[in-house]
Design a protein around this ligand. Sequence first.
Ligand code: C5P
Length: 249
Amino acid sequence: MRAEEVNLPAREKLIVALDFPTAEAGIEAAEKLRGRVGMFKVGSEVFTAEGPLLARYLIASGEQVFLDLKFHDIPNTVRGACRQAAEMGARMTNVHASGGRKMMEAAAEGAREGRSGAKPLVLAVTLLTSLSAQDLDELGISGAPEDVVVRWSRLAQSAGLDGVVASAREIAAIRRACGPRFVIVTPGIRSAASPSNDQVRTATPRAAMEAGADYLVVGRPITGAPEPAAAADSVVKEMEATAASPGSS
Ligand code: C5P
């Protein structure tokens, strides 16, 4: 679980999202960042276009991969998907908490069944950060978004998952509810100077680390920068500027 995450240097806690339409573009970006970041996130865009090509390439070349496909299906199917993520050698993968307890338990079991070395961390996506209170109302989900996030994080933990993907503003409440060993991975990171793109609820690297995130996910501010390597170094520097000791909570 989180014991090993706490003591990682800041660089190892930076996950770069490779959101590209082709594996070739993802590989090109990753090559510029090799050795400067801890992990690469492979998501549904490039996976839909090219299947596991990019993830397999990165793993074969010694990189850590977060397979971000947000599985949400019947337990048997999700077990199989998580088993395949483990077989592939992914370091992290994820599922929607709204799939319920049995699906999450099956996800954790599947990840343990993979035969390729260490079990990947299985994370829950609670509420998508794009959902508003009105969206929840339309979906018939009761309660304030923050309360739902905490409730579903607790459920994910009790179903045996290792952590959650959560925005910076949710970190403190999840940490209080789920304790110091629960892994929190936080996207929506923007330096004070960089554009927010389509992210609405952003936090700086420093603020997210101080709030208690274990890992940060950063995409376009790094991959879209004129010099991605320099942009990654500057995010790491901001993470290191954290007043609290790394990973403390
Ligand atoms: O380019 P940017 O830094 O906005 O990329 C953030 C990454 O994190 C994207 O791959 C996006 O899919 C993912 N993500 C997010 N918000 C969430 C969950 C995942 O931005 N709530």
